[in-house]
Design a protein. Structure first.
Length: 492
């Protein structure tokens, strides 16, 4: 039981919250019907907090509460995806600002920080709407203050409970949620975030929040998703280096809605808006400063085509990761037509098979999967993405052998890159770092690490920290794969 929140506890909070969001990513995506039913809120929150986690791993020497919180908030902002991710980053900034000069924080300080987070979060949104993540955040701050305690565990628990109660009422506050029979997706993510704090503070996971409600009639949820954006067809998001954004906010509000612009305090901003005129939204950013990492997403007007993706892969962690994205790992309950990833068992009858040379390629293929696209076009796009994903494998030699990289004895570490032996070594961590540097020397923007079932604790953090230091412009993610090999690497 912690008496106060310190830098180490914040690091554990970030890691625990990220793990929780990954476990519930698919559930949160399924809830996403407001402001646009694009089923990506869970994914956006994971991307956002993953960026925060990588920022912390890149600064292991930070030991002051305020500095660690600001590092976490800045990382979240620079990697924020979508409305929900930007707002979460701003809630974190409010907490960081409130505790910037505190060596640690007890209950009343946490309550004050949660209130500051709400103020910062509301200020970031051009037109705040009740029944969203902001409503849930405000309820958490209210409950924390009303507890009247300086006990950290009591205040954190009160905030999490207040958020859960408010989340249940969001269905009544927004017509889109009421029609679909669901609670707010971003609010659900915030509840998980606060529950992770309770677990870090108390050492005990709180009683699992009730599964977010889904409509008794599933056609209601489908109808809500098919509505698309009534007025605006595109989501535009970019990072911006600029001295201020007052004029930009006015322009974007004239162009569309869901305008959220948040900054780090040093001239870096994350800009998000829903518009019809994509060019004008980007040009406004050019006039304000230097936009980069520009992302444009079109809200689909057509309903998705029913189809199934089935993956034949090893590793319980990888299967759970794929299942969270709607991929089946058995042929039970498939909807025709079917796309198979990997090598199906003998006698399996499917529509298309995309062969995989490494399990990480399943994730690359899934990243471009689009059920709203023509079936054959979807298969081609997934196959191309899988084929373009370079891969490496760190494993152990099972017998003595002569390899292209030199002699290998049983028990030695053997590293394969694109199927060819590239390195023979004796220290696992050293071999993993070496192969990462070798594969990235040929270029790459995204690295995926799948950790084996029996890898040493902390290997993922060590590798992510190395990537953040030496390859700061590469996006990196690590997942427990559960496969027999210590490490599988994918580079895209």
């Amino acid at each position: 039981m912690l008496d106060s929140l310190d830098a180490g506890a914040v690091r554990r909070w970030c890691a625990a919250a990220l793990a929780a969001l990954r476990r519930h990513q698919r559930e949160i995506n399924d809830l996403n019907v407001y402001p646009v039913p694009d089923s990506d809120t869970g994914t956006n929150l994971v991307f956002t907090l993953d960026s925060a986690q990588r920022a912390l791993l890149a600064e292991p020497e930070l030991a002051e509460l305020g500095k660690v919180l600001h590092c976490m908030a800045r990382g979240a902002l620079l990697g924020a995806r979508g409305n929900s991710g930007v707002i979460l980053s701003q809630l974190l900034r409010g907490i960081a600002d409130a505790l910037s000069v505190s060596p640690d924080a007890r209950g009343r300080a946490l309550a004050g920080a949660l209130r500051a987070a709400v103020t910062t979060g509301y200020a970031a949104v051009s037109t705040p709407v009740e029944g969203t993540v902001l409503t849930v955040a405000r309820a958490a701050a209210d409950a924390a203050e009303e507890s009247g305690s300086d006990d950290l565990a009591a205040v954190a628990s009160a905030a999490a409970l207040g958020a859960e109660v408010a989340l249940a009422h969001t269905t009544e506050q927004l017509p889109a949620l009421a029609r679909a029979g669901v609670v707010d997706a971003g609010g659900r993510g915030l509840v998980l975030f606060l529950n992770a704090l309770v677990e870090v503070v108390t050492g005990v996971a709180p009683a699992r929040a009730p599964l977010a409600r889904v409509a008794a009639d599933p056609t209601l949820l489908l109808t809500a998703r098919e509505e698309g954006s009534a007025e605006y067809a595109y989501e535009v998001q970019y990072l911006l280096d600029a001295p201020d954004t007052g004029a930009l906010r006015d322009i974007l509000c004239d162009l569309g809605d869901s305008v959220v612009i948040v900054g780090t305090g040093d001239g870096s901003w994350n800009v998000h808006a829903h518009v019809n005129d994509v060019g004008a939204a980007i040009e406004a950013g050019v006039e304000a400063g230097r936009p980069y990492r520009i992302r444009v997403t079109r809200f689909e007007d057509e309903p998705p085509t029913a189809r199934s993706v089935v993956a034949f892969v090893e590793g319980e962690g990888l299967r759970e990761l794929l299942a969270a994205e709607g991929v089946l790992t058995s042929t039970d309950g498939v909807i025709r037509p079917v796309i198979a990833l990997g090598t199906p068992p003998a006698g399996w009858k499917g529509d298309r098979v995309i062969p995989l040379r490494s399990p990480v390629q399943a994730l690359a293929a899934l990243a471009v999967h689009d059920p709203g696209r023509a079936f054959d076009d979807d298969v081609i796009a997934m196959a191309e993405a899988a084929g373009a994903c370079r891969y490496a494998e760190v494993t152990f030699a099972t017998r003595d052998a002569m390899t292209i990289a030199g002699p290998a004895h049983a028990g030695d570490i053997v590293v394969l890159v694109d199927g060819e032996v590239n390195l023979v070594g004796h220290d696992l961590a050293t071999a993993c770092v070496t192969v990462l540097d070798r594969v990235l020397a040929a270029g790459g923007e995204l690295v995926t690490l799948l950790l084996g079932a029996e890898v040493p604790a902390g290997l993922d953090a060590e590798l992510l920290a190395h990537l953040a230091r030496k390859w700061p412009f590469v996006e990196a993610r690590a997942y427990p794969g559960g496969q027999s090999q210590p490490l599988l690497i994918g580079v895209e």
